[in-house]
Write a protein that binds this ligand. Structure first.
Ligand code: EPU
Length: 340
C-alpha cells in the first residue's frame, strides 16, 4: 500500500452544512477501506485522535483549527444484495448521499425509506444518530452494517442490537463506539409495502390521494420539508438543533396547567416528549438572531448561519436559548448535532 495521501491545512467550510470555516491540520479523503487498515497499522497515525466526517450535516465545529485527523468518508456504491422472505436487502457505502440513495431505492421500485427523503447527510452517518422524520427512523428498516474498528484494526458486522439504536442515538455516539467507522449500511426494505402516514402533517399533505405510492409519499415529504426547512446549500444549518426533550409525566402535567397548548406526545413508559420547537417559539426566539447566528423564522428548532458565523456564535445562541427554555419551563434542551 502506498503512503496515505494525508493533506494538511484543509478548509472544512464546504464539508459541514453549517458552513463553519474551520481548518483541519490533517485530512484524509477515504475512498478505500484499505486506507483505514493502513492507518490503524501505522503506530504514529493510529495514535492520533480522529474525527470521522460524513456529510457534515449533524456537526457544529466550534474551533478555528481541528487537531484531530479528519477522515472524510467518501466510499461510494449502492446495490441490491439479496432478499429475505419479507424484504429486499439493499446496501450503500458510507459516502453515498442519503437523499440520492433514497431516491435510487424508489427508482428500483422499493419502498421503505420514502418518509426520510431529503434528510441531509450521508448513508454512513444515518445510523450514527438513527436519523428519522415523519414517523420513520433508520432503525425500522435497518438490517446490518459493516464498521472498521480502529481498536482491533479489523472490520466487523453489526446488527441492530449491536448498534443500540434509540431516539437520535446509537452506540456510535458513546464511548464504546468511538473506535468505529461505518463503511456500509444494509437496509431491509419490505416486499409488502404500505404507506406510513402516522405523522398527521404527512397524512394531510396526501389528503385526497388514495393508495399513494412510495414515490408520492416521497414527494409529499419533500414538499413539506421544502416549505419548513432551510436548504443547507443556501442557508447554513444542521437540521433540528435540539432533540425533543423527554420529561416525566408529572412535569408535563404541571406545565399543561400553565400552558394548555404545550405540544406533547405520551411515550410508552408514561413519560412525555415535548416539542422543543414549540418551547423555543414560546420564548420568542423564532426569527431572532444573536451575532451572525439566528433561529430560522419558519421553524424554531433550526439554528442557522446568517453568513460568516463562527461555531462559537452558533453555540452562544444555543446557550441563550437553553437558558431561556430552562428558566421558563424547567427543561434542559440537549443539542442534537455533535460538537467538535
Ligand atoms: N412548533 C412550534 N413552533 C416552531 C416549530 C414547531 O410551535 O417554531 C410546534 C409545531 O407546531 C408542532 C411541534 O412543535 O406542533 C413539532 O414540530 P414539527 O412537527 O415541525 O416536528 P419537530 O419536533 O420540530 C421532528 C424532528 C425533525 C423531523 C420532524 C418531522 C427532532 C429533533 N426533529 O421535528 O428532524 O424532520 O420531526 O418528523 O426530532 C432533524 O432531526 O434534523 C429533523 C429535522
Amino acid at each position: 500500500m502506498q503512503a496515505l495521501p494525508i493533506e494538511h491545512d484543509i478548509s472544512l467550510q464546504h464539508f459541514n452544512t453549517f458552513g463553519i470555516g474551520a481548518r483541519a491540520r490533517r485530512y484524509l479523503r477515504v475512498i478505500d477501506p484499505a486506507q483505514l487498515a493502513a492507518l490503524a497499522a501505522d503506530p504514529e497515525l493510529a495514535a492520533l485522535p480522529r474525527l470521522v466526517l460524513g456529510g457534515g450535516s449533524n456537526l457544529l465545529i466550534t474551533r478555528a483549527e481541528i487537531e484531530q485527523l479528519v477522515l472524510h468518508m467518501a466510499l461510494m456504491g449502492k446495490e441490491i444484495v439479496g432478499e429475505t422472505p419479507d424484504a429486499v436487502l439493499v446496501r450503500a457505502r458510507a459516502g453515498e448521499n442519503w437523499h440520492g440513495f433514497v431516491q435510487w431505492t424508489l427508482e428500483q421500485g422499493l419502498g421503505g425509506l420514502e418518509n426520510m427523503s431529503l434528510i441531509p447527510g450521508t448513508v454512513g452517518a444515518s445510523p450514527i444518530q438513527n436519523i428519522g422524520a415523519y414517523g420513520a427512523e433508520v432503525k425500522d428498516v435497518f438490517h446490518s452494517l459493516t464498521a472498521f474498528d480502529f481498536a482491533t484494526g479489523s472490520t466487523r458486522t453489526m446488527d441492530a442490537a449491536a448498534c443500540r439504536f434509540a431516539y437520535r442515538d446509537s452506540v456510535f455516539k458513546h464511548e464504546d463506539g468511538r473506535s468505529l467507522a461505518v463503511l456500509d449500511v444494509t437496509f431491509a426494505l419490505p416486499k409488502a409495502w404500505a404507506p406510513n402516514l402516522r405523522y398527521a402533517e404527512l397524512a394531510r399533505e396526501l389528503d385526497g390521494v388514495t393508495g399513494p405510492s412510495p414515490r408520492q409519499v416521497a414527494e409529499a415529504v419533500i414538499a413539506i420539508r421544502r416549505r419548513k426547512l432551510p436548504d443547507p446549500a443556501e442557508i447554513g444549518n444542521a437540521g433540528s438543533f435540539f432533540k425533543n426533550p423527554v420529561v416525566p409525566g408529572e412535569h408535563c402535567a404541571r406545565l399543561l396547567e400553565q400552558w394548555p397548548n404545550l405540544v406533547h406526545h405520551l411515550q410508552a413508559d408514561g413519560s412525555e416528549k415535548l416539542a422543543a420547537g414549540w418551547l423555543i417559539d414560546q420564548c420568542g426566539w423564532k426569527g431572532r438572531s444573536l451575532g451572525r447566528a439566528g433561529v430560522y423564522p419558519k421553524q424554531a428548532l433550526v439554528l442557522v448561519n446568517n453568513g460568516g458565523a463562527s461555531g462559537e456564535e452558533v453555540l452562544a445562541l444555543a446557550r441563550a436559548i437553553q437558558a431561556d427554555v430552562q428558566e421558563r419551563f424547567g427543561v434542559l434542551l440537549e443539542p442534537e448535532p455533535v460538537m467538535i
